[in-house]
Write a protein that binds this ligand. Sequence first.
Ligand code: ATP
Ligand code: MG
Length: 563
Amino acid sequence: MTENVAPKEKAYLNFIEQIVARDLADGKNDGRLQTRFPPEPNGYLHIGHAKAICMDFGVAQKFGGVCNLRFDDTNPQKEDTEYVDSIKEDIEWLGFKWGNIYYASDYFQQLWDFAVRLIKEGKAYVDEQTSEEIAQQKGTPTQAGTESPFRNRPIEESLALFEKMNSGELPEGSMVLRAKIDMANPNMHFRDPIIYRIINKEHHRTGTKWKAYPMYDFAHGQSDYFEGVTHSICTLEFVPHRPLYDYFIDELKEGNDLEDHRPRQYEFNRLNLTYTVMSKRKLLALVKEGLVDGWDDPRMPTVCGLRRRGYSPEAVRKFVDMIGYTKFDALNDYAMLEAAAREDLNARSLRVSAVLNPVKLIVTNYPEGQTEEMEAVNNPENEADGTHTITFSRELWIEREDFMEDAPKKFFRMVPGKEVRLKNAYIVKCTGCKKAADGTIEEIYCEYDPESRSGLEGANRKVKGTLHWVSAAHCLPAEVRLYDRLFNVENPSADERDFRELLNPDSLTVLPNCYVEKYAAEQTATRYLQFQRIGYFTYDKHSTPEKLIFNRTVGLKDSWAKK
Ligand code: ATP
Ligand code: MG
């Protein structure tokens, strides 16, 4: 099957690519281009991260640079190697390759030394106030903050206390190290930002060696600098951090003339999607509280969730390409993600037959015990994908919704007295049905026209409807899982109610009694399937040849657009 349908590359450059192109043309950074993707290993990657990945890796790829993977592991409270492993797996699945793998924790000594230097130069001090007190003194954007009573303490005192912060003797929160910058600066990030705090937890890489850990703003830019990053690309919420990013690098470079050789930060808009959340804290809560079936629940916006749901990496990249990169935050429509998936899966999926709500159809004039092999096209979008055979017989399963006893005029499916085509097989005329006492249809009867087999002369007769079917003796039972939006409201993050209350109670429907043609039983060349007339499906990770389980990736049409 077609496993690699590359999305068409855009002819024009996005605004960050334009900056990179200009810098390279100007010979900045000696013509080097180095980016990084800097996840904190405190959760699984989601589709928002995929957008950042496509940017960080994509721009390096496009201009012959290198993108490294750097784990921003400066907070041992929430970090874990499980997350490190999943992040690597997801990046590779998305189709990107990193140059090196780095960890911010590799720089703990260098960062410590730098902090000590700042203390010695009178540019940092240990503050023994509580975090509440410090927050109260921050002021507002229009009102200067208040200086801490510890701001002008002797350098020797701060040095000794900083050592003590790392000794393990002090409780968390008892003191912090702050950069001594400017409590009146209109940029709040300059008002003596906290740069070190005490965390008495074991770190997933450095163990118990450290107790004082650098804050994001004191680790990120410096890590970029140590590694030789040229373009440090991140999301818009870091715009106000940029001056501080530059400040610490200026302090760090110590007289080196780095005007043309320093990392520079550029920002693009975050991805926000309707009917879901991107916050790792909330996603973790859904997992921990058992509200979903793990990080890779097919309803989750995580990369592994999308994978289990049946998205291809190309579909995810196509979506990122569709929404583009701007300097304005927006809420993107989930329907666009689904549209990208449909377009991608239409090109790559294997067409098979499955009946999700089965009712028996008996072809009464077809000899008992007789079978016929029919050709079914694997993918009409790609002839090279070939065909496979399906078996026709006297007893078939069709969809219950495809039959009506008293049908309106425009119902071109199975109706007593009317003709309909069975896909890849014959035209049949419905002759009636058998009902249970409560009115439930138990069996439907029809007669086939032997001259009308698909591909034969007689097949040219016009009938309006074509139905899918599977042969009862030649199909396999399967469980099919239909997924809907995880949340009931368009923007759960903007809602005042607790996000748990906003979950869609009907986001998962399990259909336990479905039938699929044998060819779909996991010996196919692809995991991307189209159940004809229904939608796109894939095998769930728990599916086995003995117990088939399929996840619906997306329906054939946008069923929400009409509502
Ligand atoms: P946290 O709340 O833990 O900080 P985070 O989503 O910011 O979560 P990080 O691991 O810090 O997670 O993110 C790694 C990179 O992915 C960052 O550069 C960040 O800007 C980017 N990123 C995170 N969320 C999105 C998003 N929704 N859209 C685009 N990029 C994102
Ligand atoms: Mg972050």
